[in-house]
Design a protein around this ligand. Structure first.
Ligand code: PMP
Length: 332
């Protein structure tokens, strides 16, 4: 699954042509996984594009860095602004935005200081359904992974750090080799944890369950969104450790993530979940979630961060006119 390059990437304070946004082969992050990143979505709405829960994602990125003792050399507000601008400057109406911070070259030491400083970049691409075309409507087939999530005693799993995604690659890779869209991993104690890059929810006898943060899950922003939306609909929702058997007695299962949005699971290890198709609770939560962008769900949480039109940046003081191409069909 590739992507189409966009015009501009922001790198450490400058807007660069996509091809020129490069790092040195001896970058610390490339050798040791010392990067932290976010995946953020921008949605088109009747009032123009918005970045969804922008500040919450950037807060998590700074927390991720903090867990690894990385100082990000920019203010959070600046990175939030760049996440809005990367959408409009690239003429996008909806996008997957990737802000990330990483240690660059300068040393082979595992504990670098100023000799391998932290840089920050922000890119954006257009991206449709992460788990395959039709996944959100029809649901996906998943398996239980033979790989477990990392224990919190071995790594701070709440950190969205580059190095942690070697474990995620094993989970997703094994699943795909065996013909599944995704793998569900257990935590080191054998409780349900999450997918390679999605949190999991299980509906059983009218109640919605999701594993707590102590079960080696990432504190997903979509997970939090779903919990809020469920409470807003007076649905019964509970965070608690879940045994793997819940996968087999569940009436409904769905996965959440910025990329995966709310994706129903229709089978686990070829055993149908409930009726073998997306259930009522999943459909209801999907409608509320996507309703935030169509305007049908009112945004009483102030989750939508409007992207301003490109023309407004062109008069902004920090714009380097030489690297800012005139964009056709400006976002509005
Ligand atoms: N778990 C992992 C391991 C992930 O990588 C992601 C994607 N960021 C999620 C859960 C879902 O998090 P979010 O809803 O914030 O995208």
């Amino acid at each position: 699954m590739g992507y189409t390059p966009t015009a501009l990437i922001w790198k450490n304070g400058e807007w660069l042509d996509w091809r020129n946004a490069t790092v040195h082969v001896l970058s610390h992050a490339l050798h040791y996984g010392s990067s932290v990143f976010e995946g953020v979505r921008a949605y088109d709405t009747p009032h123009g594009p918005v970045v969804f829960r922008n500040a919450d994602h950037i807060d998590r990125m700074y927390d991720s860095a903090r867990m690894y003792g990385m100082d990000i050399p920019f203010a959070k507000d600046d990175i939030c602004r760049i996440c809005r601008e990367v959408v409009s400057r690239n003429g996008l109406r909806s996008a997957y935005i990737r802000p990330f911070a990483y240690r660059v070259e300068g040393t082979f030491s595992l504990t670098p200081g100023a000799d391998a400083p932290v840089e920050v970049s922000v890119a954006a691409i257009e991206w449709g359904e992460y788990l395959g075309s039709g996944a959100i409507n029809d649901g996906i087939d998943v398996c239980l992974s033979s790989w477990r999530r990392l224990p919190g005693s071995a790594a701070p799993v709440l950190s969205k750090a580059g190095g942690h995604y070697l474990n995620a690659q094993l989970i997703a890779g094994e699943a795909q080799r065996n013909g599944y869209a995704e793998g569900i991993a257990l935590d080191p104690l054998g409780n349900l944890s999450e997918g390679s890059s999605e949190n999991i929810f299980v509906v059983h006898r009218g109640r919605i369950y999701t594993p707590p943060l102590s079960c080696s899950v990432l504190g997903g922003i979509t997970r939090d969104t779903v919990i809020e939306l469920a409470r807003d609909s007076s649905l019964d929702i509970k965070e608690q450790p879940l045994p793997r058997e819940m996968l087999h007695v569940a009436d409904e299962i769905f996965l959440t993530g910025t990329a995966a949005e709310i994706t129903p699971v229709r089978s686990v290890d070829r055993i149908p979940v409930g009726q073998g198709r997306p259930g009522e609770v999943t459909r209801h939560l999907q409608a509320k979630f996507f309703g935030l962008f169509s305007g049908e769900t009112s945004d009483r949480w102030a989750w939508l961060d409007p992207v301003m039109p490109t023309t407004e940046h062109e008069t902004a003081p920090n714009v380097d006119a030489a690297t800012t191409p005139a964009l056709a069909g400006e976002a509005g």
